[in-house]
Design a protein around this ligand. Structure first.
Ligand SMILES: Nc1ncnc2c1ncn2[C@@H]1O[C@H](COP(=O)(O)OP(=O)(O)OP(=O)(O)O)[C@@H](O)[C@H]1O
Length: 254
């Protein structure tokens, strides 16, 4: 069974059509990246899969049921850690909102801290964390919600390139251990290829999927993967497709 199925989805906000026939499926345990021009509708698509909004026409299913809040866990672009809660309190928040008693929620969150590189920072305030640690905390909070599907909206977009590479390798490692189904939005072709089983390219707005790349590179992938001939060939293919999707950003007004 597919973990996510998007079928013939159209979505408009007023006169602005954002998605026009978006269609794809993600298998259980698969890591798929979405890449496309700025403003083309990627976050809108995530909102539909997270059940925060509905398509005008078409269907979105998560597992065997229509998308609805609580079926997929969304990690938004900004980490949204509450400054007045400790790191542990922030990570446990999703569980507490689901009604898990506070002590149990915190105990379950605490278990993740070593693998997420946060051990020793349980009682710290979010402002005491580095950018990479904040993103790992936000991801821990997302994972702790216990959903089968994770929607990661540019999780490393704000990080410097060294931290970003470290985080990519770390994410691959925890994903290989736990095999969540992941859909990740990124603007970074190398990040998409390094982490994904498949990369889907969206057109500029109104968006649909215009290209798909399967990434057959063996895992675990490391820094040497980035310079392998297979990787470089796929990178060129994706860059060429992205350039062909249109010269102007979809974020510009109509
Ligand atoms: N709730 C809304 N009401 C009106 N317009 C919206 C709404 N949400 C998104 N849009 C518009 O839909 C378009 C797509 O936005 P979206 O955030 O999905 O793009 P994106 O591909 O995720 O962008 P980026 O790559 O820059 O993050 C934009 O033109 C945006 O202004």
């Amino acid at each position: 069974m597919n973990a996510v199925t998007v079928t013939g989805v159209h979505k408009a906000f007023g006169a602005r059509t954002v998605l026009d026939g978006a269609e794809f499926a993600v298998a259980e345990g698969e890591f798929v990246s979405l890449i496309g021009p700025s403003g083309c509708g990627k976050s809108t698509l995530f909102g539909l899969i997270a059940g925060l909004d509905s398509p005008d026409t078409g269907a979105v299913t998560v597992g065997d049921r229509p998308a609805a809040p609580g079926r997929a866990a969304l990690m938004p672009q900004k980490d949204l850690l509450f400054p007045w809660r400790t790191v542990l309190g922030n990570c446990a928040l999703g569980l507490e909102v689901q009604g898990v008693p506070r002590g149990e929620a915190r105990a379950r969150a605490r278990e993740l801290f070593p693998a997420f590189g946060l051990a020793g920072f349980e009682d710290a305030a979010p402002r005491q964390l580095s950018g990479g640690m904040r993103q790992r905390a936000a991801l821990a909070r997302t994972v702790l919600q216990g959903r089968k599907v994770l929607l990661l909206d540019e999780p490393f977009g704000a990080l410097d390139s060294l931290t970003r590479t470290e985080m990519q390798l770390w994410l691959q490692q925890v994903w290989q251990r736990d095999r969540w189904t992941v859909l990740m939005i990124t603007h970074d072709v190398r990040e998409a290829l390094l982490l994904s089983d498949r990369v889907l390219v969206l057109t500029r707005r109104p968006a649909r999927i215009c290209h798909e790349v399967t990434v057959p590179l063996p895992r675990p992938r490391g820094l040497d993967t980035l310079t392998s001939p297979e990787f470089v060939t796929l990178e060129k293919e994706l860059v060429d497709v992205l350039h062909a999707t249109g010269p102007r950003s979809s974020a510009l007004p109509d």
